[in-house]
Design a protein around this ligand. Structure first.
Ligand code: AMP
Length: 215
């Protein structure tokens, strides 16, 4: 299997990162998370990271001018020649248009559908590994040893922007700027809706049954 170009859409906390890890492994494509790339740049204090920081800290989207260039560089790397999974991109209509402008032909846009109400709680319990990117939840998906990554043994942390006050702003930002992407990908026939309020494994299975037909 391989050669799939997949997008995963959904509000913050819908489970994009968790599902993206499973999808990338099954279809053997790189998992490209623009949020992870920004966080890495932030940790390393690169010019891009420093520019993105104010937006991220405030729960706002980083401007398209910065984000599109970064994504373009990433997908032009060798490992993306036979497909990729984009997690957190596009997040605006302009970013979706930029992908078209780059000549990228997407096979599917998986849309994780969830009610907003449980999202704040889901996000508040999220803990992530800064080393390998694995994500956990203190109640629904805890690591084997408290606060330690199962994969690499690194101590887990809570993202600054996962704190309650920022989460609400991220949801507003999603509603205004990213939600229109659902209609955009419905109009071009690529949207595949998935009920993401189901247990994690059920959501994964729904996604696999859609993507298996395309692989
Ligand atoms: P995420 O890990 O996908 O939730 O992203 C964390 C933060 O990084 C977002 O709240 C934005 O500030 C920024 N970010 C990630 N991806 C994008 C994108 N495609 N466009 C603009 N900002 C982004």
């Amino acid at each position: 299997m391989g050669s799939l170009k997949i997008i995963i859409l959904g509000p913050p906390g819908a489970g994009k990162g968790t599902q993206a890890t499973q999808i990338a492994a099954r279809y053997d494509v790189p998992h490209i998370s623009t949020g992870d790339i920004f966080r890495k740049n932030l940790r390393e204090e690169t010019p891009l990271g420093l520019e993105a920081k104010t937006y991220m800290d405030n729960g706002l989207l980083v401007p398209d001018s910065l984000t599109v260039g970064m994504l373009k560089d990433r997908i032009s790397e060798e490992d993306c020649r036979h497909g990729y999974l984009l997690d957190g991109f596009p997040r605006t209509l302009a970013q979706a248009d930029a992908l078209v402008g780059l000549g990228e032909q997407i096979d599917a846009a998986i849309n994780l559908q969830v009610d907003y109400a449980p999202l704040i709680e889901r996000i508040a319990g999220r803990r992530v590994c800064g080393n390998c990117g694995s994500a956990y939840h203190i109640i629904t998906a805890p690591p084997k040893v408290e606060n330690v990554c199962d994969n690499c043994g690194t101590e887990l942390y809570q993202r600054d922007d996962d704190k309650a006050e920022t989460v609400e702003k991220r949801l507003v930002e999603y509603d205004e700027k990213s939600k229109p992407l659902v209609a955009y990908y419905e109009n071009n026939g690529l949207a595949k809706h998935v009920d993401a309020s189901a247990p994690i494994e059920d959501v994964t299975n729904q996604i696999f049954s859609i993507l298996d037909k395309l692989a």
